[in-house]
Design a protein around this ligand. Structure first.
Ligand code: FO1
Length: 316
């Protein structure tokens, strides 16, 4: 697959896993991973970028594979000490992870962009692929609930995704420009655009909602392939299925395909959902059936290979 230029749209865990698989298949200068920044927030004076960091830690083999976020072999002295002081300790910042947030916050305060900091950190940690934020501007995902709005991390971590969701909005999206890396990738010679199995509503939609990005992707000559984050009616990780149910959508891969209608050319579903293939094809897209659950590195590489093959077939 040398010479294949791929743009992968990623949220946290699921996106990072597929991105890791792609790094084992593609030359490093052929892959751009764009990370959602709608989850970002300022906390304890620090700029936290959970999805960028999940991608960075995963690609540099520093990630905690069980938790999905943060670093492996982490210690928690800082956040315990914060709790002892009566400070906010609901968002668990590990001691090693803290260095990332302090470093980023300092560089941003000195006038560097999030793209520059992310690119330097990736280089420093030995990552060959381009990892880019979706934007260098501030965009904040807000979760709408029947009792009011919640900032994303309050909903996700502090309130453990318990509140019922009635919708989302991305504060700042109208004024935000796609990052230079995302814009360059979209304007370049792409062979495939992959939408990883991240949460469609809060991980992928913020990227698609950036000015010109959704339109550029649907108009791209390269095939656009999405992987379903819903397998057998449940989300592999995170609240996607719960959100779908609360938004009145059946929790099926087919509904995710419908969400991406008009944008994608092909949809990858798990073997367990094979019976939905005809209904998905009827929406107007091709379907590829394979094993989509990525338990180990082999699974990640295999799924990445299947996605690239599907894209090649769609391009032919
Ligand atoms: N997720 C949690 O469920 N609990 C945490 O305490 C937590 C801390 C945390 C710290 C740094 C970081 O980069 C991510 C962290 N996450 C935590 C994950 C993160 O909030 C979510 O997984 C993403 O925003 C969703 O993609």
């Amino acid at each position: 697959m040398s010479g294949t230029n791929v743009l992968a749209l990623s949220g946290g865990v699921g996106g990072a896993k597929l991105a890791l698989g792609l790094t084992h298949l593609l030359p490093s200068d052929s892959l751009t991973v764009v990370a959602n920044t709608g989850d970002d927030f300022t906390h304890l004076g620090l700029q936290i970028c959970p999805d960028i960091d999940t991608v960075i830690y995963t690609l540099s083999d520093l990630a905690d594979k069980e938790r999905g976020w943060g670093r492996a072999s982490e210690t928690w002295n800082f956040i315990s000490a914060m709790g002892r002081l009566g400070g906010e300790d609901w968002f668990h910042l590990g001691d090693g992870d803290l260095a990332m947030h302090v470093y980023r916050t300092e560089r941003l305060a000195a006038g560097d962009t999030l793209s520059e900091v992310t690119s330097d950190v990736a280089l420093q940690l030995g990552i060959g692929a381009r990892v880019v934020p979706m934007t260098d501007d501030t965009v904040a995902t807000v979760v709408k609930t029947p009792t009011g709005e919640l900032s994303f991390q309050h909903y996700f971590v502090r309130d453990r995704c318990e509140p019922t969701v009635s919708g989302f909005r991305f504060e700042g999206i109208e004024a935000a420009a796609p990052s230079p890396g995302l814009a360059a990738s979209l304007n370049g010679n792409l062979d495939a655009i992959l939408i990883t199995p991240s949460n469609p509503f809060v991980s992928i939609d913020p990227i698609l909602s950036l000015s010109g990005v959704g339109d550029a992707i649907s108009a791209a000559p390269a095939p656009v392939v999405a992987v379903s984050p819903i397998v057998g009616g449940v989300a592999i990780k995170g609240p996607a299925a719960k959100m779908m149910a609360e938004l009145g959508m059946p929790t099926e891969a087919r509904e995710v395909a419908r969400f991406y209608e008009g944008l994608i050319d092909g949809f990858v579903i798990d073997r367990r959902d094979e019976d939905q293939a005809p209904a998905i094809e009827a929406i107007g897209m091709a379907v590829w059936v394979t094993d989509t659950v990525m338990n180990d590195l082999e699974d990640r590489i295999t799924l990445a290979r299947e996605c690239c093959r599907f894209a090649e077939e769609l391009a032919a």
